[in-house]
Each structure stands twice: as C-alpha cells, then as structure tokens.
Design a protein around this ligand. Structure first.
Ligand code: ADP
Ligand code: MG
Ligand code: MG
Length: 252
C-alpha cells in the first residue's frame, strides 16, 4: 500500500519562509483534508511537493514509499505518482486538451511503451462521459476560455487518466455548482483505493459532505496547528478559526 510521509518541510518564496515545518503522513486509502485561512501556505505546500520552481525547499523530506520526491525533477515526481489539481489551472493556447492529456500520460510511462492513440481516445472519452463533460472539450485548447468549474472538472479528468498514488486537490470545489460538485466528489470516492492517498485542500465543509475525510488538518501561518476527524471541519464551518487562534495563542 502507498505511504507518503512529509517530515519537517520548510519552504520559502523569494526569500520569505512560508512553510515552517510541515509534518503529515498519508497512507493509501486515506483522505486528508487541509483547511485554513487565506494566505497560510496551503497552495505553497501543494506546489512545493510538486516541485514548482518558485518555491524553494530549505528543509525536510517528503517520501513516497521511501523515496524522497523533493530530490526528484518535476517529471520524475509525476512518474512516481504525484498529482496536483491546481487551484488556478493554467491556460495553454495552441495545445489541445487531448494532446496535453496524452503527453502527460506518456510522460509517466517508460520510453517505448507509449499509450496507443486508439486506447487513449477510448479512455479519455469514457472518463469524460463519467464526468459529464461535453466531448468538444477534448479538442479545445487547454483551459482556454473554460469557466472556473470547467477547469476544475478538467483537472479531475487529468487525475482519472493519470491514476496517481498521491492526489493533491487544491480548492477543487471552488467555482463548482452543486451538480459539478457531486460529479467531482463522485470521481474522488470512486478512485479511493489502498494504493492511493488524497490530500484535499478546501475552505468549505460543503465538499466534505460528499467526500468524507479520515483526517482534517488546520493550517495556520505555515504550520499544521490542529488535526482531528470530520467533526473538526464541522466546527470550523460553525465557528471559524478564532477559537483555534485563542487556544494556541496565535496573534495576527
Ligand atoms: P493559501 O493557499 O493558504 O491561501 P498560499 O500558499 O497561496 O496560501 O500563500 C502563502 C503566502 O505566500 C501568502 O502570503 C502569499 O502571498 C505568498 N505567496 C504565494 N505565492 C507567492 C509568489 N509566487 N510570490 C510571492 N509570494 C507568494
Ligand atoms: Mg487561498
Ligand atoms: Mg491556495
């Protein structure tokens, strides 16, 4: 079974320390939710784990089945099974969604074992159907002119096709209407397996009504300051974050 261990992760952006020592262990089959006020480093955590060049890791490790992904290049991390559904997916003009998806799949495979075009199209069409995406999205340029919700659904399409071991979803619920939220949550629930762990960053309990997390973590000022079960998300929805700040003596 998959095991992902983040140990003492510190990271900075342009010399400013954002992550101040993150510890987190995700086992295959588990869903971890991270919640927290704006600007506390949730997206930074996601980007640092994926190897975004803007974020400099200064300390710590993140081991996927014993291998430190922080020492790997970006492509290598994807091949190892890391996946991020971005908070703000990039638009790439001139590259169709289907071309992008096929090269992403092939980048994860050994040279000489690329997916056949027929097989790829069959898989893509099948997954697009389950996500209730209009088939025309295969031929559109990547995310160009997609609505917020369409971008999010497209990130989930990528996740399904890439079949990752660790899936990080950064505010995948933002911009989704109720029907799309159900579809996205359904895809996550369907993908739950012993070989895959999820890290779901969200501001809202609403998503967690559809995806029941095993653990909920609160991130503040670059640290995980509190962890609990699903009840913690309900408390945050009801009472906000002030009570945690009071409890911990955090002043901001
Ligand atoms: P969250 O996702 O929790 O809302 P972020 O990780 O996006 O927070 O941001 C954490 C902090 O890092 C914020 O103060 C933000 O302004 C800063 N930050 C994030 N990305 C950049 C960047 N590319 N350049 C400069 N500062 C950044
Ligand atoms: Mg935010
Ligand atoms: Mg964010």
């Amino acid at each position: 079974a998959t095991q992902f261990v983040i140990d003492g992760l510190k990271a900075q952006i342009e010399g400013k320390e954002i992550l101040k020592g993150i510890n987190l262990e995700i086992k295959g089959g588990e869903i971890h939710a991270i919640m927290g006020p704006n600007g506390t480093g949730k997206s930074t955590l996601a980007s640092a784990l994926m190897g975004h060049p803007k974020y400099e890791v200064t300390e710590g490790t993140a081991s996927l089945n014993g291998e430190n992904v922080l020492e790997m290049g970006v492509d290598e991390r994807a091949r190892a099974g890391m996946f991020l559904a971005m908070q703000y997916p990039s638009e790439i003009s001139g590259v169709t969604n289907s071309d992008f998806l096929r090269s992403a799949i092939n980048a994860r495979r050994e040279e000489g074992s690329e997916i056949s075009l027929i097989k790829f199209i069959r898989q893509m069409e099948k997954e697009m159907k389950t996500l209730e995406m209009n088939p025309e999205f295969a031929h559109r340029y990547l995310n160009e002119g997609f609505s917020g919700g369409e971008k999010k659904r497209n990130e989930i399409l990528q996740m399904k096709l890439l079949d990752p071991k660790i899936a990080i979803l950064d505010e995948v619920d933002s911009g989704l209407d109720i029907d799309a939220l159900r579809i996205v949550a359904g895809a996550v629930n369907e993908m739950r397996s012993d070989d895959r762990g999820f890290l779901i960053i969200t501001h809202y309990q609403r998503l967690l009504d559809y995806i029941t997390p095993d653990f909920v973590h609160v991130m503040m000022q670059g640290r995980i300051v509190k962890s609990g079960g699903p009840e913690l998300a309900h408390r945050l929805e009801k009472d906000g974050y002030d009570w945690i700040k009071d409890e911990l003596g955090i002043v901001d």
